[in-house]
Design a protein around this ligand. Sequence first.
Ligand code: GLU
Length: 524
Amino acid sequence: MKIHSLLSFTRSYAKLSFIKSKPKVSNPEAVATTSAITQVHPTTPVRARFAPSPTGFLHLGSLRTALYNYLLAKNTKGSFILRIEDTDRTRLVEGAETNIYNTLKWCGLKIDEGPIEGGEYGPYRQSERKEIYKKYADMLLEKGLAYKCYCSKERLNHLTESAKLLKPPTNVTYDRKCLHTEEDGPSYVIRFKSPEEYDPIVDLLHGTVQFQPQYNYQDRRYDDFVIVKTDGMPTYHFANVVDDHLMKITHVVRGEEWLPSTPKHYALYKAFGWTPPAYVHIPLLTSLKDKKLSKRSGDLNIFTLKDKGVLPEALINFVALFGWAPVRETPGESVSEVMKLEEIVEKFSIDHLTKGNAKVSDSKLYCFNKHHLFNKLNDPIEFEQLVDEYYPKFSKLTNCNKDYFKKALKYVTPNLTTMNDFENHYMYLFQDVDLTGAIPPNEHTQAILEQILKGDLSDVNSCINKIVADSNKQISKKDVFLSLRYAISGRTSGLSIPQYMDLLGLQEIKKRIQNAIIHIENKS
Ligand code: GLU
């Protein structure tokens, strides 16, 4: 239902009315024509809502919609509202609403009004507002702007099929049989009496846009969409409009897939004599290859990313830049893209949204994660918070004590992309080294390690220099370092030797060197 009309509405979308200039004011009704002006970002408090349907878990696209609404609300000192659009009872997914709540909370997007928080304009779950919609549907029935339709499913299917065969084709199917019917009965839907021609709509990002249904005048059909279903539940279009009005929503930021529905929404506003909110339809998210996001990349449940060690700060930073970028105060000035939520709130403006599809690159997410993790680990309070979060799990794996964990974490901080790296790459700091798959770095490794054991390792530098000097240029400093690393960690990169000395202590290092010698001997 969502975008059924995108292709079949007349091409005027692309050709006629896609006025590139931005509208002058943010109240769409007041915009008769458009003219080039750059300021549309509101200066008074915005009431923005995130209106998900609990039909699945939140993914990157819906998180971005939530975030942009939040940013717009908070940037203007307004309110961020959560409304659960659950009128399509057949599509509900168990746990989806909880997932929406948990995701917003984890990302730090605080809800001002919502199903749990309450608020002046509740209830905020559409399934609990049936009586309200009934009142407004009755209003349209009384005004003659809506009518009851008793047509059977078979008849409607037949109309749909026959519409497809018309030449020229039409994309609207209903023939208005019930507009003047005398029929009465308990089972009916309510249809909106749609206008002959839809008014142009104003979008703050796209300008003025027009969509018109395509008609076949020999066999006239109408775009009289259903507003109340047989079960008395409203359809998306109807509930969405009634609620945005009653909840005093000033701005609607939503995905571009809803753009073709907006003329219908405008028509409903007009029927009630209400002013529509300002709309911003944000572009699709695509993967780098410019396909729609696949399940594996962007479409995944946000909590899978959490499990992979992604921080909410990094995710929010990453998602904020899908279609928006902070502006430079002066040309040429470099602006850091690494920002915390408060900073993004401060800098956010709908004047700097981009129109093209936003590309999602996983590597960028991990790059943000590295930065945010580094900053957090270098902040004394946040460092302790991360320790409290990760130490309990980690101590179960290794039995290590907390002070040692903290010391090790401080040393590896610059090397971490996610906290999971700690567990995946630094277990050797907490338990014996497994040299099974490790190859000695050079042919002298065994000899080098034996000499180190004989020397005075408490003075690492002179110990290493002596081995190099005694070798008659056969052994380089690098050979010694790599051999030592191999014995201590089983790998060629990691911490510096003095850091290992400080963390593990002389006795442990000697033990590891001895084990490495035995390992090489056994293999040869
Ligand atoms: N319930 C719709 C959705 O799931 C909301 C669309 C809108 O914001 O109007 O995306």
